[in-house]
Design a protein. Sequence first.
Length: 201
Amino acid sequence: MRALVIGDIGLLDGMMHIGDEAMFEVAAAELGSRGLSVVGVSANPAESASRYGIETVPRLGFGGLSREAAAARAAMLVDAAAGLVSLPDDDVAAGALAVLRGGAGLEGAGLDGAGLIVAGGGNLASRWPEHIFERTTLAAMARALGRPVVVSGQTLGPDLIDDDAARDAADEIGTAVIATSVTLAAVFVPVAFMPGIPGKF
């Protein structure tokens, strides 16, 4: 199986988001060690492919769009994943959709689809709407195809306008973030009650 993994990765203008790159690197290495074929979603696919030695696809094309245009694009991409509309072959999101579908034209084609992993190390906040649209749309696309969605290391807020809060709280991301938080609490809260050094940390 393949894993389509998104984090805020890809060196642009000499800048990288080191926390996201680190979370992505660990996720890619761990998934690869378990036999999954990792495909990264990157702002600079060639740079990320070289850095991590994996296949990459471009981001979904939300950069620079108004919220209204981004919402329309998100709906169109989800409809494309559901098979309701056709996505032009030259659309920047065609690569991610092909990976989720398990489609042709990519290395390892013929594998049965891909799960989605959001491996970001940062916040989904209204000051960066591109990230909210990108992650929630990818999750909705995966769900439309019946693919699993896993969110790790992602937080919601601190600033969320109503539309972004509703998008994040939707089944696509909110449920996964809540499930991850509950799972982490179930593991680490009991550790706090352990005697000695483990209980202190």
